[in-house]
Design a protein around this ligand. Sequence first.
Ligand code: PLP
Length: 435
Amino acid sequence: MIFTRPKPTSHAPDTSIYERRESVVRSYTRSMPRQFTRAESVWMHDNQGGRYLDFLSGCSTLNYGHNHPVLKQALLDYIAGDGITHGLDLHTDAKADFLNTLEQVILKPRGLDYRAMFTGPTGTNAVEAAIKLARKVTGREMVIAFTNGFHGMTLGALACTGNAAKRGGAGVPLNHVAHEPYDGYHGPDVDTADLLERRLADPSSGLDAPAAILVETVQGEGGLNVASPEWLRKIADIAKRHGALMIVDDIQAGCGRTGGFFSFEGMGFTPDIVTMAKSLSGMGLPFALTLFRPELDQWSPGEHNGTFRGNNHAFVTATAAFRHFWSDGRFQEDIDRRAALLERRLDAIAVEFGLSTRGRGMMRGIDLGSGETAATVTAACFDRGVIIETSGAHDEIVKVLAPLIIDDALLSAGLDIVERSIREALSAPIGVAAE
Ligand SMILES: *Cc1c(COP(=O)(O)O)cnc(C)c1O
């Protein structure tokens, strides 16, 4: 038996400190009211003896699992040797190693020529830098983003985000962004890239010439909608012809989540700017990066910065991750095999229950039709020891973001639980607890 349920809790843990002192803005803790103590590989442990298979992976921040031994050892050695922890953007051994490895292991083999900009360590900061740079270089204000897109919580990135509840938190107008329909938004018969082209070509459409077109190749928070390579090639071509920069936000879909290191590999276009964060450090350390064509590097010194730009501990773990996982094609073969298994299993569930699937690579989910049903499924999974969350405009998609390093048999065992929880949720009236 490779899978064990968490032990039932004997007594309710004391959570009063959180209610007393932590802001009500907290969210995941509401659906997973446990206190976690340890984690390794695909497992998380709570302080009641419960063990959970992690199908959330920090929203794709832990693609290599928790505390991967190779990454952990690299960091322990670095700290033991009194390596620089914080150095603003000074040259450090850790930064040199990171940049050299980025060049040799990631960029060169893919024929990519990008400069790397270290922004503040969160994804939203990488997006802010990307859209600022695009506005600066083009002298234009307007950015085109897409329906259901998610790009972060700071004002510039939030303006590019579609979700009304998130936008509502801004407290000021979110402007200088047009939200155009993503691939498939109007159904399979309408090519929304053609609609965009038509609006941009029409001087009376009301759509101003854009500084940038900002796109996710798979929409992580927005419901695992997938853009086809043809559509993305068209978007790249539209950007080029209309003097805009194409920004791919690879914060969630990158670092192997959809197969390759970058989500757009092999699709026949090269983004002008790419944003990375989440799994970039490989160990869950905060680290973000904005990559762009060298000709776009028109910043003046310090024009965009951040005290924690270039997190040296993250340089160390990211470098170790590049070397360990990306030096040859083996990891990608593993991902492709697991992704095929995931696809097969989700397709079978969808067929059995008349549902539909979403996503690509190891970033896939199943549409339960309503947020309520999806929440019933995730709660039942959690009770059985699987951490899994939802995505989509109505939180209706149960999304599987298993660590990419997961053993195939364990992936299957976790999916058995997802399947069982879906079966129960669809046969029980909503609100009736599973089991
Ligand atoms: C998570 C995410 C962001 C924001 O990253 P933070 O680190 O939360 O600021 C931006 N874009 C995409 C696609 C994301 O998934």
